[in-house]
Design a protein around this ligand. Structure first.
Ligand code: PMP
Length: 400
């Protein structure tokens, strides 16, 4: 055959007509190679989703063995060993009170699922007016309709409405949440939020935010949905970011790093109190590929890999923060292996910085308000400092 066309994918890069499309063909650890053989350091772990780096033989072997043994089984009145084992392993490490796991194929599906569970929970208790989702400005929850509806980015909602009704957006302070809850009375089904926003720059919650918000949500009779798609599974230095504030969510949403990036997988961890909703009434909400055996096998291997690296991850994270702070004093926000450098860039400067990071051999996030880094937890001290050095050089060249 002739040359493969590069303009056949409908992606965010499609506007480029394929000319600037970067084709990645190989990855090992924190290194990625493009089709021309050029090597890059992966500063963002794919899309925050490869906490163990790429190309691990232990994960690949586990997935391959699972595919040979049982390549498909649904999760309905049937199940399979990897899903059962994964549910146990996750719930054993999860915040207190979470006792059931629902598996799907990614973060957006997990968010949809959590939203439906929250409304059903109210409905089945006879609280049929409790339909409102409180969501936070500047949060990202995914590309599906429900997830888009509760995401706080106006550009993502433009032209695709009407969206899911009964979504009320709140600001980023605890009193914003308290005010909305008291204004809406018993109409709020759930408050959904990321423990730490990271879709743009990393935004640590203000002091005292989470304990106050968790208390107010609980007191109002609404559910707390914690979206840990990005922050879960070691990204912030703990198994779940909820641990930093002792949070006990009713629903905890996972994706991304759950399978180490080796297969599509999402999950909702559910509290016993909420799971009670489905004691006499089945939860009629399924996906063909939910909790695919190969994806659950990848996740089991990933959990083992994370258990091995997590205890020592704090040292790497501290070095990363210090190095970044030296490169961009006063502009760094970070928690564990999740970091950003605050910027204020117009579109030409943003595009230029992206180009410069690539020239410096670095893959990272370049948003109008931030340069984003989220290296693999397995990155060596040398690799971490190579990542920050490349970011520093790109920033220095931009400011010239
Ligand atoms: N929630 C959060 C916090 C996310 O960061 C993302 C993905 N960036 C999602 C949900 C959606 O996950 P997915 O892209 O796997 O559908």
């Amino acid at each position: 055959g002739g040359a493969v066309r590069r303009d056949r994918l409908l992606t965010t890069g499609a506007a480029l007509g394929g000319a600037d499309l970067m084709v990645l063909s190989r990855a090992q650890g924190v290194f990625v190679w493009d089709a021309a053989g050029r090597r890059y350091l992966d500063g963002l772990s794919g899309y925050w989703c490869c906490p163990l780096g790429c190309g691990r033989r232990d994960v690949a072997a586990r997935v391959a063995a699972q595919l040979r043994l049982l390549s498909y089984a649904p999760l309905d009145w049937r199940a399979h060993p990897p899903a059962l084992e994964l549910a146990e392993a996750l719930l054993a490490r999860a915040p207190k009170g979470l006792t059931r796991a629902y598996f799907c194929s990614g973060g957006s599906e997990a968010v949809e699922t959590a939203l439906k569970i929250a409304r059903l929970h109210a409905f089945e208790r006879g609280e049929t007016k409790r339909t409102v989702f409180l969501a936070r400005r500047g949060s990202y929850h995914g590309a599906a309709y429900g997830a888009t509806s509760v995401s706080g980015f106006p550009t993502l909602k433009r032209g695709v409405g009407p969206l899911v009704p009964d979504v009320v957006e709140v600001g980023g302070s605890a009193s914003d949440v308290e005010a909305a809850l008291s204004r809406l009375g018993g109409r709020v089904a759930a408050f959904i939020a990321e423990p730490v926003c990271a879709a743009g720059r990393v935004q640590l919650p203000p002091e005292g935010y989470w304990p106050r918000v968790a208390r107010a949500v609980r007191a109002s009779g609404a559910l707390l949905i914690l979206d840990e798609v990005l922050t879960g599974l070691g990204r912030t230095g703990t198994w779940f970011a909820a641990e930093h504030w002792g949070l006990e969510p009713d629903l905890l949403v996972l994706g991304k790093g759950l399978s180490g990036g080796y297969a599509p997988l999402g999950a909702v961890l559910v509290s016993e109190r909420v799971a009670e909703t489905f004691r006499d009434r089945p939860f009629d909400h399924g996906y063909t590929f939910q909790g695919h055996p190969a994806a659950c096998a990848a996740a089991l291997a990933t959990l083992e890999g994370l258990a091995a690296v997590l205890p020592a991850a704090a040292a790497g994270a501290a070095a990363l923060h210090k190095d970044l702070e030296r490169a961009a004093p006063g502009r760094v926000a970070a928690l564990g292996h999740l970091a950003s450098v605050a910027l204020e860039l117009g579109e030409p400067a943003r595009a230029r910085l992206k180009e410069l990071t690539l020239e410096e051999g670095l893959l990272c996030g370049v948003e109008p308000d931030a340069l984003q880094l989220a290296p693999a937890l397995t990155a060596s001290p040398r690799q971490l400092s190579a990542i920050t050095a490349a970011a520093r050089r790109a920033l220095a060249r931009l400011m010239l």
